[in-house]
Write a protein that binds this ligand. Structure first.
Ligand SMILES: [Zn+2]
Length: 438
């Protein structure tokens, strides 16, 4: 690598980071005991690449079973791991173990000693060591499920998922016989018999979340349906809601199933939710692009499907996740066209390091640079966030040094832009100024 790149990379490593998106436990003490390096590192991402490479689901389950000796499990995964080692997911893990455990890579010769080191190091304080000491992360925005509101305030702030108001899911912590409708009725002492009641429930739960420190909204609808939400008039939605509710009470509820809303109700509710949060000027982080796991409908999550929402709700800051990969050209156009559409590179640098470099180069050329956030780890476990951030810092350095070489701006300006991408922009977009402990 050339001197210009090295110079910029050295400066970028000093910049504090706002990590726009993580799925860590809300507190370190909530971590499951009895974890080992394979079941933790294969909780997502690398596991999807391994399946894509040909590993069976049965074998994956065996590999994650810590009652089996680790070397035996490695023998099963080794023939597939060697094909995945050089993807962004594979690289992030090797970079992480190198830094955290001083072991050059995860392989047959190192897996046993690595597992011992992993168990020894994963004690209270490890989150802080990785996130603060190694990564220089000031604050991470957390989307997690282990509790409703609280989190370690030194490390995190939380967002709230609104999925249940559009496509109700089984409860995270299922209380006996409770579906989401009954849970809401019990929790807030309300009854839900109409669309108005449903909208009222949303309002109450939103206020409850905001009063408990939640800073914004998370939308993962792209995993379940297309992100195109049409306008539906109130009376149509009201009638459809009534018949959905009746059908559920007569049939599905008796089998312990959640209510399922017809598309008109789903569309109406998304617009209603946006109307409410538009008034409150909240931000909405939106999952777009690649869907974690294997086998899904990628076109559902194209961010360009949301143009009508960007237009209709100008005071909602839409944070477009994962650069919409593979639709990052669309994401670039959206960031350029809409003052309320922001580009978030969370997850992107490990989905494809090369695509992230191309995309960021395009963003810098096409989009005002105050619209772009450079990093969100998007991990369920803490170690790999270091490797991901390392790749992100290298990618940003590559793009900025290339622009300097092309005389677009000076080195000083490149470093100033990097400060915006990693720090100033997310502080501003997510209104974190007062929440950062200096
Ligand atoms: Zn995520």
């Amino acid at each position: 690598m050339n001197d210009l790149y090295q110079e910029i990379f050295k400066e970028i490593k000093k910049i504090p980071v706002i990590d726009t998106h993580e799925h860590l436990p809300s507190k370190e003490e909530n971590l499951n005991q009895g974890r080992d390096i394979l079941n933790e590192y294969l909780s997502h991402y690398m596991s999807s690449d391994l399946i894509s490479a040909g590993l069976s689901n049965d074998s994956l389950n065996k590999i994650k079973d810590s009652s089996i000796p680790i070397l035996k499990r490695w023998e099963i995964v080794d023939p597939y791991w060697k094909f995945c080692r050089y993807t962004g997911y594979g690289r992030a893990l090797d970079i992480s173990v190198n830094k955290i455990y001083n072991v050059d890579s995860i392989n047959r010769n190192t897996i046993e000693i690595l597992n011992e080191k992993f168990k020894e190091k994963n004690r209270p304080g490890h989150f802080k060591y990785v996130l603060k000491d190694l990564c220089k992360i000031k604050l991470s925005i957390l989307d997690t499920w282990d509790s409703r509101f609280d989190c370690d305030q030194d490390l995190f702030r939380r967002v709230w998922q609104i999925l249940n108001y559009i496509i109700p899911m089984p409860l995270e912590i299922p209380e006996e016989g409770l579906d989401i409708v009954s849970w809401l009725e019990n929790e807030y002492d309300i009854s839900i018999n109409s669309l108005d009641d449903w909208m009222h429930a949303f309002n109450i739960e939103l206020v409850d979340n905001l009063n408990h420190g939640i800073i914004g909204i998370k939308n993962i609808l792209g995993y379940f349906r297309p992100l195109q939400f049409n306008k539906v008039d109130y009376n149509t939605a009201k009638n459809k809601f009534a018949s959905d509710l009746r059908k559920w009470k007569e049939i599905d509820r008796k089998e312990g199933k959640n209510i399922r809303f017809s598309k008109d109700v789903q569309d109406f509710m998304m617009h209603y939710i946006l109307k409410v949060i538009n008034k409150k000027k909240l931000f909405m982080q939106v999952h777009t692009g690649l869907l974690e796991g294997n086998g899904d409908i990628i076109t559902n999550s194209n961010p360009a499907l949301m143009c009508n929402l960007f237009n209709d709700y100008p005071d909602v800051k839409f944070d477009i996740f994962h650069i919409g990969y593979p639709y990052y050209a669309e994401t670039s156009a959206l960031g350029k066209m809409f003052p309320n559409a922001f580009i978030d590179m969370c997850w992107a640098h490990i989905i494809s390091p090369a695509a992230s470099v191309q995309a960021l180069s395009d963003f810098i050329d096409a989009v005002p640079f105050n619209k772009i956030s450079a990093f969100g780890g998007d991990y369920l476990f803490v170690d790999a966030i270091y490797g991901h951030l390392h790749i992100a810092r290298r990618n940003v350095s590559k793009v900025l040094s290339q622009k300097v070489k092309e005389n677009v701006f000076t080195v000083e300006k490149a470093i100033e832009i990097a400060w915006h991408l990693f720090y100033y922009n997310p502080v501003k977009i997510f209104d974190l100024e007062e929440k950062i402990n200096n």
